[in-house]
Each structure stands twice: as C-alpha cells, then as structure tokens.
Design a protein around this ligand. Structure first.
Ligand SMILES: *Cc1c(COP(=O)(O)O)cnc(C)c1O
Length: 387
C-alpha cells in the first residue's frame, strides 16, 4: 500500500494485481487466435457468473450506463409502456433512458432507504399491458438491496420483460438469471466484476432476443443495436474472427482474468464472503451509533454500505480526514441528501484487512470531526463478528 490510497468506493474498486497486469499486456489484434480464445472464454464465464446457461452475453466498450441504454434501445419501441421500480438515483436514470426511446414510463419510487412492496408492483402491473419493467438490484445511491426473484415472477405472470440493473450487484450478490426468469441482467466492469472501467456487460434471455427480433421499427441507436453486436458475440463464442467495432482488447483480457479468479474461487463462496464482510461492517458502524440508509437489515446490500453522518460531522471534513489516513470513501449521491451520508464499497477483492483499515480511518475521521465515542469499538465489533 506504500504511496497509494485504498479505494473503498462503490466502483472503481480495488483490482487484483493479475487483472491490472492484463491491462499492460502488449495489445494484440482483435482477431488474433489467442484473443479470440480469451474473448470466447470471457463470454462463457459470464454465463457462469450470471447463472444464465441459456443466456446470450454481450460485452461492449462503454460504461454501465451503456448497458442500461442497450437494453432499452433494443427492447423498447416508441409508445411501449415501461415500469421503473426505483430505489434511488439509478432508477431515475433508467426513466430518462426509457423516455429517450419513446416509452411511456411509470415510476414507482421508494422512499429513501425503503423498497416498493410486491403488492404495489402487482397493482401497477394490472393497470395496463407493460412491455418491460426495470429495477435496480442494489441502488448504489442508497445501499438498498431489492429481492429480484419475486419481481421476476410477477413480470412473467403479467407477460412483461424484466430488466435488472445489476451494476452494483453482479458477482457480489446472489443472482440466478435463468432460474428466476430475468430477461436482462446488466452490469459494468468496474464494480464487483473487478475490472477497470470501460466495459458494458449484459446477458439477455431468449425471450428478450425474440422481442428484439420481432420489432417493427429499427433500433434507433446505431452503436447499441443488437443487430450489430449479436453476430460478433456469437462469432467469439464459436472462436471465430469477426469485426463490428474494435473491442477494447486489454479490458477484455482483464475481464477473462477476473472472471477466472471469481469462478475458481466459486461464485457461491464469493457471494457468501460479501455477505459475511458486509454484515460485520454494518454491525461495526452500528456499534458507535451510526445509522445506515436502508430502513431494514433485510434489504441492506452486501456490496456497499451507505452511512448517515452523526449530527455535527461535515462531509468534506470527514472525507478529508479519511484521505489523510489513505482511505478513499464516496460521498452521498442522492441530490436531496447528498452531504448527509457517505458510502463505503466492499465488493470484489475487498478483504477483512481492508475493512479493518477502513473502520480504523472512520474512527479517526469521526473523532477529528467532533463525534464522541469509545475508540476501538467498531474494530472490536467487526472482529468479534468475524471470529
Ligand atoms: C455505477 C452504476 C451505474 C452506472 O454505471 P456507469 O459505469 O457509471 O455508467 C448504474 N447503475 C448502478 C446500480 C450503478 O451502481
């Protein structure tokens, strides 16, 4: 860690050294046999991580927002009804994207730190024939975790496509895309997948692809059109050369590397580790009287925690003190309450010792900014829970 701060934000995260090394390998042609093999492996491994053996993976240069955009561009035709189940900042973003493609959008917005009940969702699905619904598995602005399976089941009951924004959950929270019947599960490289920013990742179900094939109108976004990317993905899956837009070769090598690390550890084990560390971290911050945004422990995320500042502690001052202790955490993201809370990412390669360092810095920063508590309390709680 010498000369370098620990990046404890909800993406980009800390990356494994093998992954960052892959970024520095001499760049080959996108049709070099070795690269074709690596790209094909990465696509195969995505199906393991998403638990979507029947799904169609897509990997495209861009950020998570492009993955959201791609799902909307390909599945929505002007005039379609779309339902957004919003638990924070990224629900609002999905609304804006869907509107751009001419969807008629209804938003069910949860109160800060809360979720929308299934009854409310079902009631809305009865109102009209929706084409598609979206929800955010973990909203990174609130740390609220939504249970995907019941929403996916409701979507099937009412013949609606389900799109899950898993940018802050894939590879960190339990996901079974095929078993649950989710039509699109999308993410970005820089979060729990553990690869530097730059890749939009998405897995589509057969039903989603069929909906796209049955469109009456052209996809109104050239770059995101599955018509351009599907033949490319299929070619790499069959280990054949192809070209539409030059893939980010080194990022894809890094993706293969990270997905291999994740799947060789075992995705179940990996998710259990996230849960174990997150539970202990939440207990630790609670032990000095801090409150988290999620109103209920049952829907607190395991990939990040959003924590309210105690009264009197200033955001800028707190994060400056954290940075002085070489720990970078994120500020708030919800515009309404932006300066009242901070966020700690604990996904991917984050370890027990990273969180010990983070808690120690939190204690230091809080005591510097005027909050009184017994020094060492969070560390004791955290370590006792993990024993
Ligand atoms: C980070 C994030 C996004 C946006 O991803 P970018 O890569 O920043 O475009 C979307 N949804 C969620 C839940 C996120 O955490």
């Amino acid at each position: 860690m010498k000369g370098r701060k620990l990046l404890m934000i909800p993406g980009p995260i800390e990356f494994e050294p093998e992954v960052t090394r892959a970024m520095g390998i001499e760049t080959t042609s996108h049709v070099a046999p070795d690269f074709i093999e690596s790209f094909g492996n990465a696509l195969d491994l995505m199906k393991d991580v998403w638990k979507a053996p029947a799904g169609q993976p897509f990997v495209v240069a861009g950020s998570g927002t492009l993955a959201m955009d791609m799902a909307a561009a390909n599945l929505i035709e002007a005039g379609d009804h779309a339902l957004v189940i919003s638990t924070g900042y990224f629900g609002k973003r999905y609304r804006d994207i869907l509107l751009r493609y001419g969807a008629k959008v209804t938003v069910l917005s949860a109160a800060i730190g809360d979720v929308i009940s299934l009854e409310e969702i079902e009631e809305e699905l009865k109102q009209k024939q929706y084409k598609l619904l979206t929800f955010t598995h973990v909203d990174t602005s609130t740390g609220v975790l939504v249970a995907p399976e019941p929403i996916a089941l409701l979507a099937q009951k009412y013949k609606v496509l389900s799109v899950m924004d898993g940018v802050c959950s894939v590879a960190g929270e339990a996901i079974k895309q095929d078993d649950w019947g989710l039509d699109v599960v999308l993410t970005a490289s820089q979060k729990a997948v553990g690869v530097p920013p730059g890749l939009a990742l998405l897995v589509a179900s057969e039903r989603a692809l069929q909906t796209w094939k049955n469109r009456k109108t052209l996809v109104p976004n050239y770059y995101a059109d599955w018509g351009n990317w599907l033949p490319i993905m299929k070619a790499y899956q069959e280990r054949k050369p192809s070209y539409f837009g030059t893939p980010p070769v080194n990022l894809i090598l890094a993706l293969e590397t990270s997905l291999k690390i994740i799947t060789s550890e075992g995705i179940q084990k990996r998710i259990a580790k996230h849960m174990r560390l997150a539970t202990a971290f939440r207990l630790a911050v609670a032990s000095i009287g801090l409150k988290i945004l999620p109103k209920n422990e049952d829907y607190a995320a395991n990939t990040l925690t959003a924590v309210y500042y105690p009264i009197g502690v200033q955001d800028a001052e707190f994060r400056k003190a954290m940075s002085d202790r070489d720990i970078i955490v994120a500020g708030g993201l919800l515009p309404e309450i932006k300066t009242t809370y901070f966020r700690v990412g604990h996904m991917g390669s984050v370890s027990e010792k990273d969180l010990v360092a983070t808690l120690s810095a939190i204690e230091y920063a809080l005591s510097q900014t005027g909050y009184a508590f017994e020094i060492g309390t969070t560390l004791k709680t955290f370590q006792q829970k993990l024993q």
